[in-house]
Design a protein around this ligand. Structure first.
Ligand code: GDP
Length: 444
């Protein structure tokens, strides 16, 4: 999986990183090539479009970081967008409810549903120490029921006894009853698939869902089927409702389109991936690892991350130097506000700075929240360069003009100026070794 795409993207980005400067035309040309590579990998058109658009926007607007070539910056942007498209973080199964937790497996025949049911049951039993009951609801293929029973016997995991003549919803009810009586933690419902998407399968799945009230409804989809898997996911999600996707045959030579499109098209996370026929070949789906595998440029990505961190550190050092000298104008304040909002706003800062958490109530009482950060930056942006350097010249008429410029009130401008004075005083105090870095902020 991903080999072809990986090779193509690698080639395109290699050519970019070799250059010293990048024009908008260079970026556009690269985006066209990336677009073609993604389409060839069978990624859904809508996903390709928004992906290349987002990368282009960021690549053109990216701030140049010292010691990083523009092309390397683009690699990092492509990498981050790949991670975001794949779903950002690992999404674990949610088993947080009163046991027995019902997990319903849906999907087409041959997608790997029964195998994945057994794989997951094995993992829940061995790794998570849960007591699992598996039930096959496939009343159309006795062989399917027998297949699950055999897998259960091999793994030492219980399966619901087969009773001839029952309907799928009845079996689901019986499975849940048995799981309750038997003190099971999890009950897995392996539903019947069809060879193609059809209404009867959807209706049946919806009926089972209504009876079993499953905590997880996982679509098992074969990654080799590309776009079909994506359409299937969309249909199941609208008609039955999914909580996640298990993508099988990641070990095969699929082009990767399904993996890259599923999340973006359905909004549902890929929670698991099957990487082989054996029952231990099941893994969590890690968007960052998969993106790394597709791009294979981990060193460039970490280089850019480090350079960006150094840049922030250099800026912080420059501000500290000004503090020491007792100089702190509105340009510096804007830098500080921007840094704060980059670091996750007030909430993020609280977590980062020792001692700040204690001031939480004061900060809240002063009405400082993350929206305020942006408003304050907007006020400073409405000033002239001279005003930013020398706020003392700000008299009534200038304040009125600034307020109008950013759509706020003179009162807001006054508040910002007061906060600036407090911060400047506090900076001087810090320079002399008094007070915490947020002291002035809390007084504003
Ligand atoms: P079901 O009809 O959806 O229940 O599909 P099965 O579970 O019977 O799987 C069909 C075939 O796919 C079996 O031969 C499985 O061994 C195989 N299979 C399932 N998952 C994977 C996987 O992740 N990788 C590989 N290589 N084969 C798989």
């Amino acid at each position: 999986m991903f080999d072809n795409l990986s090779e193509k993207l690698g080639g395109i980005l290699d050519r970019l990183t070799g250059r010293g400067a990048l024009s908008e035309a260079d970026v556009d040309a690269a985006m066209r090539e990336i677009r073609r590579a993604l389409l060839e990998a069978d990624v859904a058109l809508e996903v390709v479009r928004s992906f290349t658009e987002r990368v282009r926007e960021q690549a053109v607007g990216a701030t140049v970081v010292k010691s990083v070539k523009p092309g390397q910056m683009v690699v990092k942007i492509v990498h981050d967008e790949l991670v975001a498209t794949l779903g950002s973080d690992v999404q674990a199964l949610d088993l947080n409810t009163v046991p027995p937790v019902p997990i319903m497996m849906v999907g087409l025949q041959g997608s790997g549903k029964t195998t994945t049911t057994a794989k997951l049951a094995r993992r829940l039993t061995e790794r998570d120490k849960r007591k699992v009951l598996m039930a096959s609801l496939d009343v159309y293929r006795p062989a399917a029921m027998e297949q699950l029973a055999v897998l259960g016997r091999d793994l030492g995991i219980d399966t619901l006894p087969i009773v001839a003549g029952q309907q799928p919803a009845q079996i689901a009810r019986r499975a849940i009853e048995a799981a309750k009586l038997g003190g099971y933690d999890v009950v897995m419902l392996d539903t019947a698939g069809r060879t193609t998407l059809d209404e009867a399968m959807m209706t049946e799945a919806a009926e089972i869902k209504a009876v079993a009230n499953p905590h997880e409804v996982l679509l098992v989809a074969d990654s080799l089927t590309g776009q079909d898997a994506v359409n299937l996911a969309r249909a199941f999600d609208t008609q039955v409702g999914l909580t996640g996707i298990a993508l099988t045959r990641i070990d095969g030579d699929g082009r990767g389109g399904a993996a890259l499109s599923m999340r973006a098209v359905t909004g549902k996370p890929i929670k698991l991936m099957g990487t082989g026929e054996k029952t231990d070949a099941l893994e969590d789906f890690h968007p960052s690892r998969i993106a790394g595998r597709i791009l294979g440029m981990g060193d460039v990505v970490s280089l850019v991350e480090k350079a960006a961190a150094t840049l922030d550190a250099e800026k912080a050092a420059a501000v500290a130097e000004k503090m020491r000298k007792g100089k702190f104008d509105l340009v510096d304040m804007r830098d500080q506000l921007l840094q704060m909002s980059k670091m996750g706003g007030i909430g993020g800062l609280m977590g980062l700075m020792p001692g700040i958490a204690k001031m939480k109530n004061q900060i809240a009482a002063a009405g400082i929240d993350d929206k305020i950060l942006n408003r304050q930056i907007a006020i400073i942006d409405s000033m002239t360069r001279e005003e930013r350097k020398n706020p003392d010249i700000l008299k009534a008429s200038r304040k009125k003009r600034i307020a109008a410029g950013c759509g706020l009130k003179v009162e807001d401008v006054n508040k910002l100026l007061k906060m600036h004075r407090n911060m400047a005083d506090m900076m001087k105090a810090v320079g002399r070794g008094k007070g915490g870095p947020m002291a002035g902020l809390a007084k504003a």
